[in-house]
Design a protein around this ligand. Structure first.
Ligand code: ARG
Length: 286
């Protein structure tokens, strides 16, 4: 059995700031395509060095945000619950992503039309519970339906700051019972819900949150994030994690960073329940 962490990425060949659907994006502040390629490869190489296996989906002209594979779907065991993007600019990504999941052995599920949901960007397991961000990009009803579909508990968290429009920009499960979060992105009820369900919550300050400290990729005990979050890294090192950073400033211009550029295909480290099937080598089924 292949236990390597498997991660889906999309090369940034057609990446750019071509529209504005979150406050980070400004079409007058374009991304440098050459620098973006370089940064994307830096992230990919680092994840591979840490033991992840990277699987690619082909980039498509006219879909600059396809590079943010975290939004493609919520993957759990062999099920991929496809995104229903809030904005028309990203809606054409879904058939392309669905086709990829189908041909790679996943059971593809769709939510009812009109219910927004943006994949792993807004739905992250910590322990056996699915934490789900809603209000800005996903609807709470979508997340309730996913809970029924996957038969798991869902804690729905309203996102209150437009800069932290996806849950993965302000919350990062690291292991069962341990997560990073940026308190400024949640209301009191959200913070209380996080505290009630996660034993060790590590706060990130506003300055490091802006550098996407919470948008980290976890591979075993290694945590990979954009450059610029030394306090977060020191806190994680104190808990026994190994921290790595790599510059991703070209992607921050679109409101994304390390985690957004990846989608874990065989069970995040923070997921408690890891049935045999989710650690099996899925990409070899092609
Ligand atoms: N420009 C993209 C959007 O606004 C960025 C997506 C970032 N992805 C994420 N998982 N946070 O949709």
């Amino acid at each position: 059995m292949n236990l390597l962490p498997q991660i889906l990425m999309c090369p940034p060949d057609y990446y750019g700031i071509e529209y504005e659907i979150n406050p980070w994006m400004d079409t007058d502040r374009p991304a440098d395509r050459h620098a973006a390629q370089h940064q994307w490869h830096g992230l990919r190489d680092l994840l591979e060095q840490l033991g992840a296996r990277i699987t690619l989906i082909d980039p498509v002209p006219g879909l600059p945000d396809l590079v943010f594979t975290a939004n493609a779907a919520l993957v759990h065991d062999d099920v991929a619950v496809m995104a229903n993007f809030r904005y028309a600019q990203r809606q054409r990504e879904t058939p392309i992503n669905a086709q990829w999941f189908r041909t790679h052995g996943f059971r593809v599920e769709f939510l009812p039309e009109g219910l927004a949901f943006e994949g792993a960007g807004d739905a992250l397991f910590c322990g056996d519970t699915l934490f789900a961000g809603y209000r800005i990009r996903s609807d709470m009803r979508s997340e309730q339906l996913i809970g029924e579909m996957l038969n798991c508990r869902v804690i729905a968290l309203p996102l209150v700051d437009p800069y932290y429009y996806h849950l993965d920009t302000c919350f990062c499960p690291l292991a069962p019972g341990i997560a990073l979060y940026y308190p400024g992105a949640f209301d009191h009820y959200g913070i209380d819900a996080l505290r009630a369900h996660i034993e060790t919550l590590i706060p990130v300050d506003a300055d490091e949150a802006r550098h996407f400290a919470c948008n980290a990729v976890v591979v075993g005990k290694a945590v990979v994030s954009n450059s610029g979050s030394p306090k977060m890294q020191a806190a994680l090192q104190g808990l026994g994690f190994a921290t790595y950073d790599t510059p991703l400033s070209e992607f921050v211009k679109a409101g994304g960073s390390a985690k957004c550029l990846t989608l874990r295909l065989n069970g995040e480290e923070a997921l408690q329940h890891r049935p045999e099937s989710i650690v099996a080598d899925r990409t070899s089924r092609v």
